[in-house]
Design a protein around this ligand. Sequence first.
Ligand SMILES: [Zn+2]
Length: 289
Amino acid sequence: MGLFKKIFQKSKQDEIQITVTSSKIAHLGDYGEDLPPLNYDESEFLTEIGNTEPVCPYCNAELEKFPQRKKKCPNCGNPIYSRSRPLDRKKTLIREDEVSELEKEWSKLRLFREFELEYRTDPDCITKTAGKLSEKFGYKAAFNDVLWSVYSKQRAKYASKGYWGYYRNSTMKMGQMLSNEGKYDQSLNFMLETLYLDLNGPDNHGHFNPNRPNEELFAPGILQDIQKIASKGDFSDTKIAESFILHNTTIYKALKLPLSPEEAWKQQQILTEMRVNEEYPGLVYLNHN
Ligand SMILES: [Zn+2]
């Protein structure tokens, strides 16, 4: 195994808890009650997937009690999955082929929470962007198209002002968004770019300085994000290393960064090794062989 050994796999339960937490944060906006209602609603894309009654989703046999985890139907023998659905947070019984469908709904909801958060931060920007896009498309633009457009605009603005720290954050958000949409190839590039920017030490005053103290360089979370995307997209360690160099060569030239992708990759390996040996919190999962 290479650098990105498959170690960081969150359970579904963890993801659900994260969603609930971010939903709470999303409702703590600065605008309070004065904020006009958002012209988008999560019920537009959430469904009544599965059975909320103790009934087998294959053969409709009544079950003795509601299974709390995966269970074989005593009548037809098929695997019944017990999951909570985002629509109403109710536990529901689903078929094997519905598992990925349900996961997609959770992903979309996570994205929608980000959208709500952006709206609370800058409602005018969301409203104007939604209006422009809808006019261009000839129908109401989907919330994720609006969110993507807002992120792109913010990122371009940060680049023009030399706010490289914020630029880095936008790059990461866009990568996470692509991952939530199941676009793992594109997502990987955005996340590898985020890591590359981190290693170059971005600040919000127009500079990059890769020679900051080690502990200030890249956040452990970014490696874990890359790990997750690699696992979902089934990317090998070689592919990750190659993509890092290939994608970031363009960035290196465009932004005239101090560290070349090759130097940055080497630096990342050294730092990761140091962190593993010194057991930095958050990186204990990373196994660097
Ligand atoms: Zn059954």
